[in-house]
Design a protein around this ligand. Structure first.
Ligand code: AMP
Length: 113
């Protein structure tokens, strides 16, 4: 997708702090971290949110999910972490390319909203 920020990041057109990449997935540090570890995991295929799940191959989605524990282990999040995917305006999604936030490195609150 031509004007998508995360597509540009994934292609290297905009710099990012990459932490993981494979054929299907790209992951990088959030520019405005909300926890000591804050990483974004995106599918390389442009999907605007989980609402586009039916436009993806199962592999594209499953590779995102499989990457998450691999990244968590490499970031030493053995005591736990949180995964969030904001979907649409009520959830304050600000970048319309599906992404999973990995948040960790601190004790988080019980409330999620
Ligand atoms: P969301 O609000 O769920 O759509 O999350 C978008 C996330 O992208 C936010 O946490 C932003 O801090 C992050 N973000 C925006 N621009 C960049 C960028 N250039 N590099 C890394 N993270 C970014």
């Amino acid at each position: 997708m031509e004007n998508c920020l995360f597509c540009k990041i994934m292609k290297g057109e905009i710099p990012s702090s990459k932490v993981y990449e494979n054929e299907y997935v790209y992951a990088f540090r959030d520019i405005n971290p909300q926890a000591p570890v804050h990483i974004l995991v995106i599918p390389k295929k442009h999907l605007s949110s989980l609402n586009d799940a039916d436009k993806a191959d199962d592999r594209e989605l499953s590779e995102c999910l499989r990457a998450i524990p691999v990244i968590a282990a490499s970031e030493n999040l053995s005591n736990g972490y949180r995964v969030v995917s904001n979907c649409g305006p009520d959830a304050c999604q600000s970048v319309p390319h599906l992404h999973f936030h990995i948040l960790g490195g601190t004790q988080m609150g019980e409330r999620m909203a």
